[in-house]
Structures are given as structure tokens and as C-alpha cells.
Design a protein around this ligand. Structure first.
Ligand SMILES: *[C@@H]1O[C@H](CO)[C@@H](O)[C@H](O)[C@H]1NC(C)=O
Length: 467
């Protein structure tokens, strides 16, 4: 959402000694979007503070400084564009960003490690998801260049606040500017808020009157266009399905979404998800099977865990297109009773790396396959491994050298930490060779538990997935 902000408003919002800069900005014309405004003001605040404390800090210029944009969505790319205009050296980390968008802006896409270890400034713009939660923790701070400056206008939960305090204390982080917190408002005695090298604002990001009005206007315009019979980018016709078709496909709706959620969590960071192949195995005549709602749910499953957009039956094709995602659908016509509309659904993500190599099938795609059993979604295949797991709660996938006693070892680690295991199952390729173990757990295991499991020598790789 792009909105222009009158200077007096900005000044009122921030009530900081910034008037000269603020008066200057609108006339420069490039301060017209809130994300950039917020980020820019934070950069300015950091610099400004330095000006007042010359004896304490050596001043920094933005020119030629490395800025790492974490999360290269709408907001991140706007910030990148403008920071480049200031002569900053901009890189971005976003596992799901389209390469061509980065190229168009002239930003290098880098790994998380490279971004945090080489940046002078970091600006956070990623959504809060299970993967990004506390992504900035003791471990990541320890890899940063000393004297880094961090700006967070995204979500509070992506920074472990205790870790940030200790990174500030040890001067790894020279300064932090925060608009968002794990708990809002933060407690009065929050060490972070009180820290002398921290600048805070009370979650101002999107809450300007103008931004709110802008959203309302855009929606109203879209409705008007639709009433006039026009289709716009924000309005895409929902598939019209009869009630009978819907009720028949309903159990497959959950299966489709879960397969999508599962598959996207198997994509390695830094891989650009472009081509998704969906295969439906069915004994029905293809004309009697309308799979649009399943396609929509797969897209929902693939996109929601990695972004803050909400995908529904109206916008799914638009959202997929916007992300450069191509969904290719195929039917395999099976012999059998056409009573059951679908025997299995297979989802493959092509041309990506996986954080769990065993999920890549012989033909080179991340592959998951599922079916309904007693009306409940089940996972029946991961990569080339045949498995059978009810898709509920959270699951841990481990690849191991198949050996006796291993299940017990993993079970006891989880048991010690009071993580309730509701099932364990092993899919083998050949006895005593490679196997994939799937463990279903009721609650999220802590990072320590996952680390302990990873340290078991017979386990070659593993991944924790939320459904
Ligand atoms: C991070 O480091 C600080 C200081 O060493 C420590 O107090 C805190 O417990 C650590 N956090 C985690 C999650 O290990």
C-alpha cells in the first residue's frame, strides 16, 4: 500500500528532533510509502543519535554501506529500491523471492548466512512463520559483523529479544530500531526498550490514517469495477461449483492443503519455487471431476506458511501468478470404481533444493503424496519412500541408517522433554539400509530437543514440519 504522508503528520508521529529532515523529505519525492518512511526514519534516527554523541560513536554514512533486506516481498523491495537510491549496497535474503524481481531492482539475493555475516545494516521485512520465529537468536547474532545496526518494522517474534539485549551489551549490535515487539506494548521494565542503544516506536508501521484509508479505497474501487462487469487484478471469479461437487470433494480439501503445507516446508531456503506439479489419480472420467477447489487449497497450503497473505477461493490464481508460481495439473486415469472421486493426490515441486534430501524423488522433484483413509488425510509417500501417516499435528521426518533401537532412542529424547508422541512409523527402501522414520508429536519440540535428535549418529537428516 503506497500512501503519501504530510510532513506535519510524520513529525507528530515521531516527535523526535527530526524536523529539518522531515521538512526536506516530501519535496524529495521518494518518501511516499509507509514501509520506506518507517525504515528510513529509523536509519535517520540511528544516524541522528550518533550526531548528538559524536564523542561516543564514529559517524556512519549510508553511502556504500551494506544493507541486508530480510524478506523481499512488497515492503522489502520498496525499501531496497530506495536504499539503492541512497547509494547503499543492497542485498536481500528471501527463500521465496522471484529472482527476476531481485534482478530488476538490482539486488543480489543471498543466503541467510551471507546476509547476516556481511551486512552493516539489517532491515527485517519477513512474515512471522514457524521458520522465521526467533530467526534472530544468539546463534545468528554471533555470526554478525561487530557494530551492525538492526531495524525491525516487520514482526516482533522474528527476533529473540533476550538474545538482542545480550548482542547489544556485547556491542555486536551497535544499535537497534524497533517498531514491533514480542509482546505489545512491551513491559515497562523491558531491558530492550530501556537499552541506551535502542530506539523504539509503538508499532506505527501501517497504522497511519492514510494507509488505512488507502486500503478501504482500494477495496471500494475493486467492488465498483466488479459491479461494472470488469475484472481487475484484485478480483478473480471464484470457481462456481455445485453443492454436490463441493460436498464430495470436501474431505480432499484438507488433504490438498496439508500436502501443500508439507511440501513448502521441505523447500530449502534460497530455492525459488516456480513449478508445482499436481497429479490426481482417479477412476473418474476427467469431465466428471472438477479439481479447481483442490488446486486452490494446494496454493493456500503452499503460500500461507511463507507469507502473510491469506489465500481463498477468490484470489488463489491471482496470488499464485503474483508469486510467479506455475501449477501444472495432470490426471492419471485408474481402473476401478468411479465412486471415490480421487484415489490419491501427488504434489511435486520441481527445480528446487530440499532441506530434507530424501523428499526428492528419483525424478528430481520434492514429492509428497496422500490419500484419504477412513475420510482422514494420510501421507502415503515422501520422495521415493512409501509411508503411511495420518496428517495431524506436527511431524518430524528423519532419514536414518536402519538399525534396531533407534526408535527407542528418539522416543526417549522426546519423552524426557515431555513431548507427547502420538505415532511413529518407518518407511523403508530395503531392510537394514535406508529408512525414513516419521514421528507425530502433539506439541512443538524445543530447538534443544531437535538438536539432540540431530546428534544421534544413525540419523542422517531430519526436519520438523507443522501441518
Ligand atoms: C542467549 O544468550 C544469553 C546471554 O549469554 C543467555 O542469557 C540466553 O539464555 C541465551 N538464549 C538462548 C535461547 O540460548
Amino acid at each position: 500500500m503506497l500512501t503519501c504522508l504530510p510532513p506535519q503528520n510524520t513529525a507528530a508521529l515521531l516527535s523526535m528532533p527530526l524536523t529539518p529532515i522531515l521538512l526536506l523529505l516530501p519535496s524529495m519525492g521518494w518518501l511516499c510509502s509507509w514501509p520506506w518512511r518507517v525504515t528510513f526514519l529509523r536509519l535517520m534516527l540511528l544516524l541522528n543519535k550518533e550526531k548528538w554523541q559524536r564523542n561516543k560513536y564514529v559517524g556512519v554514512s549510508l553511502l556504500g554501506k551494506k544493507l541486508a533486506i530480510m524478506g523481499f516481498g512488497k515492503v522489502g523491495s520498496e525499501v531496497a529500491r530506495r536504499a539503492k537510491g541512497l547509494g547503499m549496497n543492497v542485498m536481500a535474503h528471501d527463500p521465496y523471492a522471484p529472482l527476476d524481481r531481485a534482478r530488476a531492482i538490482g539486488v543480489k539475493l543471498v543466503s541467510f548466512e551471507e546476509a547476516i555475516s556481511t551486512a552493516d545494516f539489517i532491515s527485517l521485512h519477513m512474515p512471522l512463520t514457524p521458520t522465521t520465529s526467533k530467526m534472530f537468536n544468539n546463534d545468528s547474532f554471533s555470526k554478525m559483523k561487530k557494530g551492525i545496526r538492526i531495524i525491525n518494522v516487520a514482526r516482533g517474534g522474528v527476533i529473540d529479544e533476550a538474545a538482542l539485549v545480550s548482542a547489544l551489551d556485547s556491542q555486536i549490535v551497535a544499535q537497534a530500531a524497533l517498531d514491533v515487539f514480542m509482546e505489545e506494548p512491551p513491559p515497562k521494565d523491558s531491558k530492550l526498550v530501556l537499552h541506551e542503544n535502542v530506539i523504539v516506536t509503538p508499532h506505527l508501521g501501517a497504522s497511519t490514517t492514510e494507509a488505512q484509508e488507502g486500503v478501504a479505497l482500494e477495496v471500494a474501487e475493486a467492488v465498483l469495477r466488479a459491479l461494472n462487469g470488469e475484472l481487475s487484478s484484485t478480483v478473480v471469479n471464484a470457481p462456481m461449483l455445485s453443492a454436490e461437487v463441493l460436498s464430495e470433494l470436501e474431505p480432499f480439501v484438507a488433504l490438498s492443503e496439508k500436502l501443500g503445507r508439507l511440501a513448502v516446508q521441505l523447500v530449502a531456503g534460497g530455492s525459488d519455487m516456480k513449478l508445482v506439479k499436481l497429479t490426481y489419480g482417479s477412476a473418474r472420467n476427467p469431465n466428471d471431476l472438477d479439481t479447481r477447489v483442490l488446486r486452490a487449497m494446494v496454493i493456500k497450503g503452499l503460500i500461507e506458511p511463507i507469507s502473510s497473505v491469506s489465500v481463498n477461493l477468490i484470489n488463489y490464481n491471482f496470488i499464485a501468478k503474483q508469486r510467479g508460481l506455475i501449477i501444472a495439473e495432470e490426471r492419471i486415469i485408474l481402473n476401478g470404481s468411479p465412486e471415490n472421486p480421487i484415489e490419491f493426490i501427488q504434489l511435486q515441486i520441481a527445480n528446487v533444493e530440499s532441506n530434507f534430501a530424501s523428499s526428492i524423488s528419483d525424478s528430481g522433484e520434492i514429492t509428497v503424496e496422500g490419500k484419504l483413509k477412513d475420510g482422514k488425510p494420510h501421507l502415503t509417500k515422501v520422495g521415493s519412500f512409501e509411508v503411511d501417516v495420518s496428517l495431524e499435528g506436527c511431524i518430524i521426518l528423519c532419514k536414518q541408517v536402519d538399525q534396531p533401537g533407534l526408535i527407542g532412542k528418539v522416543g526417549s529424547i522426546l519423552g524426557q522433554e515431555k513431548v507427547n508422541v502420538n505415532f511413529m512409523t518407518v518407511g523403508r527402501i530395503a531392510p537394514r539400509r535406508q529408512a525414513v522414520m516419521i514421528i507425530g508429536v502433539d506439541e512443538d519440540p524445543s530447538k534443544e530437543v531437535l538438536k539432540k535428535i540431530g546428534e544421534i549418529s544413525a540419523i542422517e537428516e531430519f526436519v520438523f514440519l507443522k501441518l
